[in-house]
Each structure stands twice: as C-alpha cells, then as structure tokens.
Design a protein around this ligand. Structure first.
Ligand code: UD1
Ligand code: CA
Length: 519
C-alpha cells in the first residue's frame, strides 16, 4: 500500500515520538552476500515492510539501527522514494538489542513521549497491530508495553514471566531460562512501546551479565518494575505477524503468507483471483475491480492494472501499466504499457518501452521492444518489433522483423497509419513505410515506401515445368503430379505433362505479392 493511501483510521490515539527499527544483525543463516534485511518478499526488502508498517503510525521520527551491510542498506534507504525519511543510527558491534536502542538514542538525542521498538527482519507486522500496542500503552498508563505471542513451539524466544495474578513480571531469554520457564508458551515478540524517558534511563543501567554476554533490551522490563512503574502487554491476534526471518526457508514461508494477504486484499477490492496459491501480487501493485487473474500469474513491483482486464494464465508482468479491459495471455512483459482493450499473447514478450495503444494487438510469439503500436494496429504472429513506431490501423504480417541493429548501432523503423506489411518481411532500419503504404510478402525493405505505394523487394519466381516428373520419376510427388495432370487433361483436353496454365487476375497478382487477400 503506498504511503499516500495509509489508512488514517489506523493512526494511534496519541502521537508516537519515534519508532526504532533494529536491523544491525548479521543474518548469517541467510548464507548471502546481501544483507538479510534487503532480501525481498512481495517485491520489497523485508526492511521496507518493517519501515512501511512503522511509518503507518506517522511517528515524529523513524529510526533504523544499521550495522552489518550498512552501506548497502543505507543506499537502499536513500533510494527508496516510497518511504518517509529514515534517521540512520549505526551500531558498529552487535552488543545486544539494548545496546542497539542506545545507539538509536545517540543518533536522535533524548526521546520523550511514546517510543516503539520493532525489528527489520519481522516483515509481516501490521500497522494495525502496532496501533493496538500503542493504544494499550497510552490507555493503561504503562511505562513499557510488550507485544507477546502464544506459540506452539516457543523454542529460541524470550519467555514472558507472570505472577499468579497474571501481572507481567519479566522476560527470560531461552539461554537464561530454566526447564520450567522454557515450558512457557507465551513469548516476547521483540516489539514494544516504551515511555521514552524510562527507556533512556534504563538503557544506561543495562548489564551484560547473562548467558549471551549482551545488553538485553528485555532487561528494561525488570528495571522499570523495580522503579515501581507499570509494565503491560498485548497479545498478537495472529502470531505470524511477530515471526522473524533468519533463513531462506522462513523467507519463503512468510512470503507466501504475505502474498495470501495481498491476494485477499485484491479479492475484497473486486478482483477475481482463480488460484490464490499460484498468483503472486507484489506489495505495490494496484488492480482495478472486475479484473480476472488466471492461475500462474505473477504481478511484480511497479505494475498497475485497470478494471475489467483478463491476465494470465502463466503470465509475468514486471513494472507494467495495463489499462481497462486489456487481456494478457501466457506472456512475459517488463516495462510495457498496454492500452485499453489491447490484446497480448499467447506467448508475447514485451520489453521495456513497448507501448500498445488502445485496441492494438501483440499476438503469438511476438517480441516488442522500445516501440509503439498505434491504436487498432496489429502485430498478430511471430514478429520482432524494435525501435519502431507504428501508426493507427496498420497490420503487420506474420513473421515481420524490424532489423534495427547493425552489430554496433540501433536504427528506427517508422510505419504510418493504415499501412500493410506482408508476411515474412524484413524492414531494414532506418526505413519508413508511410501512411497507406503496402509491402509485399517476403520482402527485404531497405528504401522508404511512400504513401499508397507498394514496396516489393524479393526475387521474382521462376517455375521449371515438369522438373519433378523428369528428375524424380519414381517419387510419390511425381505420381501425384502425374495423376493430377491426367485428371486435368480429361477435364480440359490439355495434353498430359504440359505446365498448368494460369490466368493472372488482379486478385491473384495481389495474393502472390502480399501473401494475403484484399479485404
Ligand atoms: C530477541 C529478544 C527475545 C525475543 C526475540 C524475538 C532480547 C535480549 N531478546 O531475541 O526476548 O523473543 O528477540 O525475536 O532482546 N539486533 C541489533 N543489534 C544487536 C542485536 C540484535 O540490531 O546488537 C537486531 C537484530 O538484527 C534483529 C533483532 O535485533 O533484527 C533481534 O535480534 P536477535 O539476535 O534475533 O534477538 P534474539 O536473541 O532472537
Ligand atoms: Ca531472532
């Protein structure tokens, strides 16, 4: 969801002074040259999702704590036009989650009011859940409010400790927990709301006397309670929102969950999705109502689809714009603009800056690059069109190739309005076929065809009479030919073996030149 359309109803009751997103960890289990938080789900890095959800709260400051891969992550943040400004805090050594928050405060100066902490590797957390946390925090007058989750398998997580009356008394890390504590299934998600002043004070008092030798953010809970402050919690409705990603198995699992969410959102907005399991919709994709998505379709980042379209099956659209009522069947399109009611595929390959104007067509086994197909024009079969402008109402015959590349440079082809390019034509650029110009089938066109002219550029046909009968006398072809000629002789009294006579009518002349019939 683009920031501009962030749901104002999800804003918390009171203002949030900061959200700190921890993202300094190494992510060694990804086994990747890329920083963990830049691995993508739904076409965006997991950090983007984390920041986007945080930004939905409209905090006064959004802070990312970076460490491992911070140059790459910093570059991503600088280049992300669809995120609000992010303050970057650097944590050189990963001395623990408490230390990471202290690094954030060092970058921002003192933070008062409500401060939330989340993780850059927890991409499914929704703004609405953060809002519920912030509201509980404000309405209960807590100094610390923890987002917890109930897990069937709590292994690895910090466990939530409660007094018999249910009051939250602390968090114990797996490494530091005894057997009884390890059996607790309520875990710390690692997402919190803090009173900024309490957090600042407690961070200065953390010790690293624990099993990991780290400064635990979780110890802020014990410090706040010892100071007589209120600590509360909110249980996440759906524990999957609190799941972090450590390896590529979890990446794929959470990507599927996120995709299911995006598919459902599209369905509820009026899009028919025939097979949610094989339909992939990236986070920033928009689709109009009454559009139908067939199985095996991947709608990737930067794609916008109008209403009443039919997309798929087995289609990938990357950064494409598709206008209302267009259809795209079994095709791969990247950076293409597909106009209203245009028809693409089956098996089309549209490359960057392919523009299909309304009611135009790119048909079977057609590749189009950096070219415009004008309104109502058709490229129905087996063509390569590159660096070409086609006007309106033109027909490009089967197997037409624009030869746009001489091995070093690219050249343009121009085809006007209502032009006709016969089948199996090579248009050797730079070349133009002007308005109403025709090109005969099988031509290699090197010179411009002026309005209303016919360009013919191919060897004239030579027929060798009786060649098969003489050279392959015992062949099946010779036998069939002989039979046909004998029959013809009995019909017309023509002597057997003579070449068939043909009267060349205007129509047949046209057919032999253009490979097609006049309308
Ligand atoms: C932490 C919590 C644990 C909770 C779990 C939820 C502590 C001490 N423990 O455990 O109670 O159940 O998260 O996932 O906080 N990070 C930094 N700098 C650091 C250390 C961590 O930026 O020095 C970041 C990591 O990149 C990661 C997040 O903080 O995004 C959590 O770090 P991680 O090491 O996974 O914490 P856990 O030990 O799993
Ligand atoms: Ca973890």
């Amino acid at each position: 969801m683009p920031l501009a359309s962030a749901d104002l109803n999800s804003l918390p009751d009171s203002t949030i002074s900061a959200v700190i997103v921890l993202a300094a960890g190494a992510g060694t289990r990804m086994k990747s040259g890329r920083p963990k938080v830049l691995h993508e789900l739904a076409g965006k890095p997991m950090l983007w999702h984390a920041l986007h959800s945080a930004a939905g709260l409209a905090p006064s400051q959004l802070i990312a704590v970076l460490g491992h891969g911070r140059d790459q992550v910093g570059r991503f943040l600088a280049d992300s036009a669809d995120l609000p400004p992010v303050v970057i805090a650097v944590q050189d050594q990963q001395l623990g989650t408490g230390h990471a928050c202290a690094c954030a405060l060092a970058a921002t100066g003192e933070l008062t009011g409500t401060v939330l902490v989340t993780y850059g590797d927890v991409p499914l957390l929704q703004t609405s859940t953060l809002t519920a946390l912030a509201n509980e925090h404000a309405n209960s007058g807590n100094a610390v409010t923890i987002l917890t989750a109930q897990l069937a398998d709590p292994t690895g997580y910090g466990r939530i400790l409660r007094a018999p009356d249910g009051e939250l008394t602390g968090i114990v890390e797996q490494k530091d927990a005894d057997a009884q504590q390890r059996s607790i299934q309520e875990v710390n998600s690692g997402v919190y709301a803090f009173d900024g002043a309490v957090l600042t004070d407690a961070l200065g008092r953390l010790s690293d006397a624990n099993a990991a030798g780290e400064r635990y953010l979780t110890d802020v809970v014990g410090i706040a309670r010892a100071d007589g402050r209120r600590v509360g919690s909110v249980v996440a409705d759906d524990a999957v929102e609190t799941e972090g990603i450590n390896d590529r198995v979890q990446l794929a699992e959470l990507a599927r969950v996120l995709n299911a969410r995006l598919v459902r959102k599209a369905q509820l907005a009026g899009v028919t999705v025939h097979d949610p399991a094989t339909t992939w919709i990236h986070a920033d994709v928009t689709i109009g109502p009454d559009t139908e998505i067939l199985p095996g379709t991947s709608l990737q980042a930067g794609t916008t689809i109008g209403s009443g379209c039919s997309i798929g099956p087995d289609t990938t659209l990357i950064a494409c714009t598709v206008a209302d009522e267009a259809s795209v069947v079994r095709s791969h399109c990247h950076g293409a603009t597909i106009g209203a009611r245009a028809s693409v595929g089956p098996f089309s390959y549209l490359r960057p800056d392919a523009v299909l104007e309304p009611d135009s067509k790119a048909g079977a086994f057609v590749e189009i690059k950096k070219s415009t197909v004008g309104a109502g024009s058709k490229v129905p079969h087996l063509s390569y069109i590159g660096d070409t402008t086609i006007g309106t109402g033109s027909n490009i015959g089967a197997g037409t190739i624009t030869a746009n590349y001489d091995g070093a440079r690219k050249f343009a082809t121009t085809i006007g309005n209502d032009a006709f390019i016969g089948s199996n034509t090579t248009l050797i650029a730079p070349v133009s076929v002007h308005d109403g110009g025709y090109v005969a089938a099988g031509s290699s066109i090197t010179a411009d065809v002026q309005p209303g002219d016919l360009g013919v550029a191919r060897g004239r046909q030579r027929t060798v009479p009786g060649w098969v009968l003489r050279r392959k006398p015992d062949s099946a072809a010779a036998k069939s030919a002989q039979a046909a000629l004998t029959e013809r002789e009995s019909d017309t009294d023509q002597p057997a073996g003579d070449p068939p006579s043909r009267s060349i009518t205007a129509s047949a002349q046209f057919e032999s030149q253009t490979g097609d019939r006049p309308a």
